[in-house]
Design a protein around this ligand. Sequence first.
Ligand code: IMP
Length: 172
Amino acid sequence: MASLKPLIEEARIAARVRELGAQIRAEHGDEAITLIAVLKGSFLFLADLARAIPGDVRVEFLGVSSYHGGTESSGVVRITHDLRGQIDGRHVIVVEDIVDTGRTIDYLVKMLGVRSPASLKVASLLDKPSRREIPVTVDYVGFTIPDAFVVGYGLDLGELYRNLPYVAVYEP
Ligand code: IMP
């Protein structure tokens, strides 16, 4: 029978997101920051991170699909919803739920890079470096985790578990 084993509890997530927000503001001075949420997995992280960064923060949404309901990535990134606003001249941070093989973020950084942002950084709640296939720079990492399939705090398995307030390892 499948089980969920708590990995990162709610209070630890909240404390780490506050730290990341303060670090991001400190590194950007008074500049306006555009957070680009990679849907759907980063929606809770984005909501908390946006509130942890004081000052001028704007939000854009990018719909991406790279998983198809299972626990293995298809390796193919598909844009399902593009940005509404322009990002040229803007300080942009792409907000991801997790960096696994690195394929998604590699694709997105290249795709957004040609739109001439003033700067382009990556924030990810989770990082699974042991699974990396493409080397990518993740500027702001919430937690580095071992090679396990995790759900909760936005991350899903077949659309389930996104609403868990903590991160858990899914054991089939
Ligand atoms: P990558 O392209 O392999 O780096 O995968 C990135 C995307 O795969 C993430 O944005 C997630 O949507 C999904 N993903 C990777 N690992 C997990 C996991 O452990 N749980 C849930 N989704 C995952």
